[in-house]
Design a protein around this ligand. Structure first.
Ligand SMILES: [Zn+2]
Length: 257
């Protein structure tokens, strides 16, 4: 064999090997955050609590991410309340690549309970969209206690000045796609609410690409019923893990390592 044929041969063997064992992700940490907890139940509808649902999904997400080879850290894996600072401190672990916060949605208007449904993924960005602002206000209520409006604005502006927003947006798109793809396999009528900007304070302190997922509406009877089934939860978890995988693999390729 001449030299170039030999090189080609070894590259072929190497690529087959990588294809079999998959990429090494053992030094890539994903922080997963089940929203609310303890005295803070989050949304509540039809006898079901947001804090319980998001913990169930987060535990499934842990398994899916581990299966892909990632290191994974929980902010909470029991029913406890964490202050904003405690959550983001865990998210800012030096190895953390991304921060994923999981929530469920609700609306106040009872006449619209059957009409409003769907899966949405948010990244931190100010927006004029009233719906996004309303959802953020509900999610922010418990984490913002004791912080005045001026310092809230200062923190958001500091975050938005950094390059993180573009990456968080990309991550949100990949994760939203992954969830919708997996859910549509069995639930073709699932509503794709898209990847959107929103002023969510849980995303402020984490200095990594960070997203907040609203897995569905507890106030919608059909969606609530699905959300508490193991199959639906597994599809969401699998979709999130695939989205995180796509995002991090693309980023590694772009950075050339
Ligand atoms: Zn929430």
């Amino acid at each position: 064999m001449n030299y170039s044929v030999k090189i080609f041969f070894w590259l072929l063997i190497a690529s087959l090997f990588v294809g079999c064992v998959g990429p090494d992700r053992s030094n890539e940490l994903v922080v997963i955050d089940a929203g609310h907890g303890g005295h803070d139940s989050g949304a509540y509808s039809g006898g079901k609590k947001e804090k319980d649902l998001v913990l169930q999904i987060t535990k499934k997400l842990y398994k899916e991410l581990r299966r892909k080879g990632y290191k994974v850290a929980f902010t909470r894996n029991t029913d406890i309340f964490l202050k904003l600072g405690q959550r983001t401190k865990i998210a800012d672990h030096k190895d953390a690549k991304v921060f994923i916060s999981i929530h469920a949605n609700a609306i106040a208007n009872k006449n619209r309970f059957n009409a409003v449904e769907g899966v949405e993924t948010y990244f931190l960005q100010k927006t004029r969209d009233e719906r996004s602002q309303r959802i953020a206000m509900r999610e922010n209520a418990s984490v913002l206690q004791g912080t005045d409006k001026l310092s809230q604005d200062v923190i958001v502006d500091a975050v938005l000045a950094g390059p993180k927003v573009i990456h968080s947006h990309k991550l949100a798109i990949d994760v939203q796609k992954g969830m919708i793809r997996n859910l549509k396999g069995r639930y073709p009528d699932v509503k794709n609410g898209g990847a959107k900007p929103g002023p969510f304070y849980i995303l402020v302190g984490a200095s990594r690409p960070s997203i907040l997922i609203e897995v569905g509406y507890l106030t919608n009877p059909k969606e609530r019923q699905r959300l508490f089934t193991s199959d639906y939860q597994k599809r969401i978890a699998k979709g999130i893990a695939e989205g995180v995988g796509n995002y991090l693999d693309n980023r590694k390729q772009q950075q050339g390592f």
